[in-house]
Design a protein around this ligand. Sequence first.
Ligand SMILES: [Zn+2]
Ligand SMILES: [Zn+2]
Length: 336
Amino acid sequence: MPLVDAEVPIPEIGPQDVLIRVAAAGICHSDAHYRAGISKIDNLPLTLGHEVAGRVERAGDEVKNVAVGDRVCVHYLVHCGRCEFCRRGLEQFCATVQMIGKHRDGGYAEVIKIPARNAFALPDEISFEIGSIMMCSSATVLHALNKARLRARESVAIFGFGGLGYSALQLARAFDCDQIYVVEINPTKLALAKSLGAAAIDANAGDSVEQIKEATKGKGVDVSLELIGSAKTMRQAVQCLGMLGRAALVGLTKESISIFPYQEVINKEAEIIGVSDHLASEIPALIEFVRSGKLRFPEGALRFVDLDARQINAAFDQLQSSIDHVRTVIKVTSDM
Ligand SMILES: [Zn+2]
Ligand SMILES: [Zn+2]
């Protein structure tokens, strides 16, 4: 179902909410999936957009973490803050968790209402455009590396060098890891990974696991990240692990994978770790990686469209066929 332009009332804010004047909203692959009906949205009509940055226009009486006029980016999981999981800082499991732009109105709009705790101050060095697109895949990759407990000087294998992989490689370097293997089939992406300091593993040139084993002198890697969502690469992400290795699975698939429990997991005390979304507590570190230039976005990779249904639908159409690192951002208000 295509997106349409609609006039909606400006939402009323509660004492703990903020109203944000949206400056930029990223267009994400998952938005294209919502439009296509691949991921179902239950409460239509709904405003899409979960990668959002802008300026606080109104703040409720009890809001303390941000103030009117502040530049902010938005953490997209709205949670109750009171349940058992929220109290433990694991809000992605909150019983009433809502994703902005999927379960409640998102940022393809002039303004958005969110709980103030979902707003994080955006330093002046980070543009609104980058502030919007960093809040999805880059945040999830950081969560994956945290879940995998990546430590300095450990080796990492990254399966897939799209947007997630691009962030993963830089974050791994920021974690002081220099043995980074990127597994890909696309020659342009392999060349890019190499230029960023990774060892390129061409999956077309032979078995990726064998290549990683050879490059690590038979040891295997400490951490692997599966970012593609295929049973084949998930299996490889487990098989390429060394002793005490951790495979973090981020990509989605409906296929099942088979494992040899003894050789591949038990004997090595290896771990297979699921990764879903990311946490509010990780956002300040993410912002600092971007502010300090340790996490960058590809040169010239941003495309801009206006807040206009026709332009946004066209951007979705292009997204389905694209294989490069281009990101499209809706520039909602440019004079901020
Ligand atoms: Zn996204
Ligand atoms: Zn909760």
